[in-house]
Design a protein around this ligand. Sequence first.
Ligand code: ZN
Length: 243
Amino acid sequence: MRNLIISDVHANLTALEAVLTDAEPFDQVWCVGDVVGYGPDPNECIERIRALPRLKCVLGNHDAAILGQINIDAFNYEARASLEWLQTMLRSENRQWLAGLEEALAFDDITIAHGSPRDPIWEYIMDVNTARQNMDAFRTKICLVGHSHFPLIFKMDSDRKSSTHLYLMTTGEGFTLDRKSIVNPGSVGQPRDRDPRASYLIYDDEDETWVYHRTPYDVEAVQKRILAAGLPIRHAARLAEGW
Ligand code: ZN
């Protein structure tokens, strides 16, 4: 099966549609959280994602905030402004769908958690020490995370004492993971690695190969919708440069 892995869509329907088109064909979809927050299309993104084939999706920190599960004051000013806007926009059936999401899922060789396996909602895995500590917090071979919006792989070293990390830089090239690893597909709707293109992974579970992809989308169209909705101008500006 070809598995499409997406994370941090952040209510950016144009980026999501570009990824879904670029990723064809795929058999099932794994979504690593933060479907909403920041962007102008929360209902549309939820409705598009929940209709995807054999979907597995976990809860992100923005998704949890809109459900009242974490305090909105924990977010910076701009993120809070979009969460407050979202409170008034989110349709009740979409809120209910978010409320049904788990914080983490494990199946076959895969664990999925938005932040980290030991702290799915809040922890960022950005360095090898944090990654190593988290290697003992999941039982499967691979853990998929999001949250940082950086496409990254952390691999357990053969001595099991440390982990190494690799930035996913080469798009379109296949790779295999022979050791326990934590993998971040990067962000669909708000990349932060200075590359504005939407980021995603394809995992073929028959030959166990992973392929990392970036795809361009119409950033200006999304910026216009952000401004028209009265959302912070910063959310529009950052999309053009990927930060
Ligand atoms: Zn996010």
